[in-house]
Design a protein around this ligand. Structure first.
Ligand code: NAP
Length: 165
């Protein structure tokens, strides 16, 4: 099972200057709850952006094209195929970003866990378009951040309309 997990702005932005666009603590807690005990797979830039690495309690896989690189405290993979060969068939894999990795995994992902943050934010990295001919929303829950600003956001789970062969 391959799941993508991401938080997107109203205009599909996900990051700027190799950082996230916001810190919604409830969303980060949910991210931890969903991914704990599982495998998280990410690109090298997202790995570099993590304040604490590796993400504890999870198998961390980091993708890089640099075959000289071997990342301490993570599994290093040099292609999508290499990354998947380093997972067992029954492993639950969460693709956690960033933009380049999401684009490459969209065609083979089974599920998308999208936090739609109802706010525009300047970004330099975007999530690819979700084709609603391919994906359907199976769960949706609306919230507001628990602070003065009260940013509204929606958790949505998308599943493929037809299973991959
Ligand atoms: N909003 C969210 O939920 C969320 C989640 C995660 C990340 N982000 C944001 O996304 C941004 C980072 O995204 P990004 O697109 O710039 O970078 P990225 O996808 O995290 O990493 C890109 C790097 O991954 C490696 N890579 C990509 N495809 C590969 C492949 N097929 N085989 C081997 N290596 C591969 C390359 O590393 P080398 O250069 O080492 O070869 C490439 O430069 C940041 O702003 C981050 O904060 C947002």
């Amino acid at each position: 099972m391959i799941s993508i997990i991401v938080a997107v702005s109203e205009d599909w932005g996900i990051g700027k200057d190799n950082e996230l666009l916001w810190h919604i603590s409830e969303d980060l807690k949910r991210f931890k709850r969903l991914t704990i005990g599982k495998t998280v797979l990410m690109g090298k830039r997202t790995w570099e952006s993590l304040p604490r690495k590796p993400l504890i309690g999870r198998k961390n896989i980091v993708l890089t094209d640099d075959i000289q690189e071997s990342i301490e405290s993570a599994v290093t993979a040099y292609s999508i195929e290499d990354a998947l060969s380093k997972c067992s068939p029954d492993e639950e894999v969460f693709v956690i970003g960033g933009g380049s990795i999401y684009r490459q995994f969209m065609p083979i992902a089974d599920q998308l866990f999208i936090t739609h943050v109802h706010k525009k934010a300047p970004a330099d990295i975007y999530f690819p378009e979700i084709d609603l001919n391919i994906w359907k929303i199976t769960e949706k829950e609306e919230f507001k951040t628990d602070d003065d600003i009260g940013i509204p956001y929606t958790y949505a789970i998308y599943e493929r309309k037809t299973r991959l062969g």
